[in-house]
Design a protein around this ligand. Structure first.
Ligand code: KDG
Length: 349
């Protein structure tokens, strides 16, 4: 009887998940492209944008880029062509940013974390547990703080035109379940090339190694590192679950993507086209955040169904993680600016 009941339950569960997947898929349909065909057409010349990202074609970020491409090509009546290069085909984050500065690539949208040496204030987004909800992240990114950061980042051969979402980061590893900092003892955890992330995992007792996103899957597969941390969508779209048996839902950091344009390319665009790219970047970011949040829970469930053992921390266990990493703020408060951190905390109230 139990077996039958179990089978029936799992059939219903599967059906519901199927329904959920269908619902999620319907809920993340691309919105209609503004019916303004050719409303921004300039006679003087055609332009081509190569847009490179590190995440793969099956992630939420790529869905955003497809939307960006359709908006820009439609509203310029094809006078601006956009070609998408996912999966770090044209180089990792830092290589792509360098290519923008030299003018050999037109656009990229990395996480802010690897850019902190260039833009120290970006480290705000690496502070552990600072953004309690996606709504707080939106208010910071779309409000005065985020808009000022875009202005500040529009230098060094770069023009920053919008925000999208990598998301809340979760820990995975190949060794054993993790439900406390003690479980991290001796674990080699890959981090982004970012000093705060190194601080976080050292403070938690792990053995962190900075590495580009492009090298990560191979390093996990070869056991060069035992674990990493990324949002559920990135874990699935980069197939980390194929080489990581354990995950812990830590939500320890919220990471945005920043949409960047090569200044050399930007200066060749007529003002109308510059405005068009800004508007399309905003629409891309809004849509991509919607996709990221709609898919998040379903993808977590799919990872569990694929055999990943996901540890959900109790409030007490989460509190232990939060209290253990609290000293990271002491080291970074002055460098980032206490006032900026307090502003984010005020948004959270
Ligand atoms: O281009 C992709 C990276 O910017 C993004 O995935 C960063 O989360 C990241 C990581 O782990 O490197």
């Amino acid at each position: 009887k139990t077996t039958t009941m179990t089978r029936v339950t799992s059939l219903i569960g599967g059906a519901l998940l199927g329904l959920t997947a269908l619902q999620a898929s319907a809920a993340t349909e691309m919105p209609p492209i503004p019916d303004v065909k050719g409303d921004v057409v300039k006679a003087d010349g055609d332009f081509k944008i190569k847009f490179s990202i590190g995440t793969t074609q099956s992630g939420a970020q790529y869905r955003g880029l497809e939307y960006f491409e359709k908006i820009v090509e439609k509203r310029s009546d094809g006078h601006i062509q956009v070609e998408l290069f996912p999966g770090a085909q044209l180089g990792d984050d830092l290589q792509a940013v360098s290519a923008l500065q030299s003018g050999t690539l037109e656009m990229t949208a990395p996480s802010t974390s690897p850019l902190v040496s260039m833009f120290p204030k970006f480290a705000l987004f690496d502070l552990p547990f600072l953004f309690p909800t996606p709504e707080v992240a939106d208010e910071v990114l779309d409000g005065e703080i985020g808009q000022q950061m875009l202005e500040d980042a529009s230098t060094n051969g770069l023009v920053a035109i919008g925000w999208a979402e990598n998301g809340y980061r979760q820990l995975t590893n190949s060794q054993h379940p993790v439900s406390s900092p003690e479980d991290l003892d001796g674990l080699k955890i890959r981090t982004m090339q970012n000093p705060i992330h190194l601080d976080i995992w050292r403070t938690l007792g792990a053995n962190p190694t900075p590495m580009s996103f492009a090298e990560l899957f191979t390093a996990l597969e070869q056991g060069v590192v035992d674990g990493q941390e990324n949002p559920w969508i990135t874990i699935q779209s980069s197939k980390f679950n194929e080489v990581q048996d354990y995950a812990t839902e830590t939500n320890h950091v919220y990471t945005p993507f920043i949409t960047l344009v090569s200044e050399r390319f930007w200066k060749r665009l007529p003002d109308d086209y510059q405005q068009l790219l800004r508007e399309a970047a905003k629409q891309m970011g809004d849509y991509e955040r919607h996709v990221s949040r709609t898919m998040n829970d379903q993808i977590k469930q799919e990872l569990a169904d694929s055999g990943m053992q996901i540890t959900e921390l109790t409030p007490e266990q989460m509190k232990t993680f939060q209290e253990t990493v609290a000293p990271v703020y002491d080291d970074w408060r002055d460098k980032i600016g206490g006032e900026l951190i307090d502003k984010v905390r005020a948004v959270s109230q």
